[in-house]
Design a protein around this ligand. Sequence first.
Ligand code: 6R9
Length: 650
Amino acid sequence: MTEPHLHPVQAEWKERALIDDATYRAWYEKSVADPDSFWAEHGKRIQWSKPFSRVKNTSFEGDVSIKWFEDGETNVSVNCVDRHLETKGDQVAILWEGDNPAEDKKITYRELHGHVGRFANLLKQQGVKRGDRVTIYMPMIPEAAYAMLACTRIGAIHSVVFGGFSPDALAGRIVDCQSTVVITADEGYRGGKTIPLKENTDKAIDIAARSDVAVRSVVVVKRTGNLVGWVDGRDIWYGDAVADLSPDCPPEAMNAEDPLFILYTSGSTGKPKGVLHTTGGYLVYASMTHQYVFDYHDGDIYWCTADVGWVTGHSYLLYGPLANGATTLMFEGVPNYPDQSRFWQIVDKHQVNIFYTAPTALRALMGSGDDYVKKTSRSSLKVLGSVGEPINPEAWEWYYKVVGESRIPIVDTWWQTETGGILITPLPGATDLKPGSATRPFFGVKPKLVDSEGQVLEGAADGNLCIIDSWPGQMRTVYGDHERFVQTYFSTYAGKYFTGDGCRRDADGYYWITGRVDDVLNVSGHRMGTAEVESALVSHEKVSEAAVVGYPHDVKGQGIYCYVTLMAGEQGSEELRKELVAHVRKEIGAIASPDKIQFSPGLPKTRSGKIMRRILRKIAEDDYGALGDTSTLADPAVVDDLVANRQNKK
Ligand code: 6R9
């Protein structure tokens, strides 16, 4: 049966594709029937200084232990740089486009090798050793990539913190992984504005010091050249420091299971978790998915718009593409600066073949009209990708018809910080597309839908998305808290990795991600725990209690709706609203800015004191006709007040 919006694989793809449908099916079957031999073969796609003899050694039971290629040795920077020197030394590795359209840079693999070597030698000079944690708080400039690769060269573990996070958020991450070296820039540029990265770093270091974590060196890259505060003996200018250093730094031989990086991400409870990825399996998986999901061919110009502060920036801006010897485009700016045509101008300027972005950007651009797109050519494009949140069919169709002129496949890739790489996705030459569906599992991925009792649902069904066996790119633990790892991901449905996402599988076996089923928001493709926003709100002196929920937002996907109960004697006002918004921005960062604040004298609680979020969500969605059963509430009257004062009247 053909569905109205099915987009079959186009004829020319049958010739060009690395993987066609028959190959997809054959490989997939093999990958799930005999993971050991499948991954033994594909594990060889990266270069090992000592080959592995064991492939998969994983268990989702009990303590949960995940090991891949465990006796192999390799080095990520060697795979991403040195390995390409012989054949691609003069090929551009990083194609950098500045916030200002007049600025760009091309860094070849040979040049990259020198930059990474010097940076690695600088880190060594600063006393950084194998296993040490290095925090990277950078704008989108090539030095961010050099810094990450330099860490991998010497076996240090990087923790990249998104440049939009506040000093408090940065401090929390520095303290959690006890990082004593920070790499930053004087300031960043974004959309014509500057971001005070060094100033934020200085503040964060002071905050971290209160928790007895003493940052001893700060490497500062000069970006804007504006005056910044300076602590002699602690702060070092990158440019000056590397000038005299050797470009050669021998790579550290790393065990496949040695930690590669920590990346903090939000969950439904508590502070952000340090997701830990290790070396061998991660790189195999990132590079393999990059090649097949985007149908990457040598010579393609590849552009992923994600910031290095997010996992997409790790796996698909840097590690996957560089491991494959690609030219990866790194963009410092934003989609609407100088105007809404910028993405497509960059596509034309650099003849981009593969373009990977987030639905929130597409929705914003869609809203400003088709002319900004149509005045550009985009004829170089071959594959379009989407990631970060469910893409609504309207945005999908716009991407397909207007941006891609109905000739380019869209890969809607579902995955998570925890998964390291893409798990559910179309392959451009193999998968007939359905707008809004992430379609089918990648090789080696075994998704299952379960109901709330943990019963596995077969066939067409709607349920909670679990993955029942390991894949090489999976996170190994929560940094410093393995128990939290087991509790968070493997205890809801014992023996299964629970993703936190709801999902529907249709009669063709296609997966449709419906969004988070836990208390995690997805705001403009950024993960945000409601608990984090709540704790930021209650840290304000006038707030006694807060409950935060998401509501549908045209551009952001979800908006942040906050119910705030004030301390006795305090009055809600427009001014206080602004103050609370500013407070949350200060505590977490601009991405956590509340969209709506409702002052509410009471919150709907059960007699045992649990806030009934279901009710709060309905009111935030302005769908209070369907509140359901409120009889278990301690005081049903609070609901009337909440409805009367709702902030999102349609
Ligand atoms: C890569 C990344 C993960 C959460 C995930 C899900 C949502 C990501 C999606 C998608 C529907 C897609 N998500 N991709 N939902 N379709 N193609 O975004 O990682 O920041 O950890 O977020 O994002 O809810 O659970 P991360």
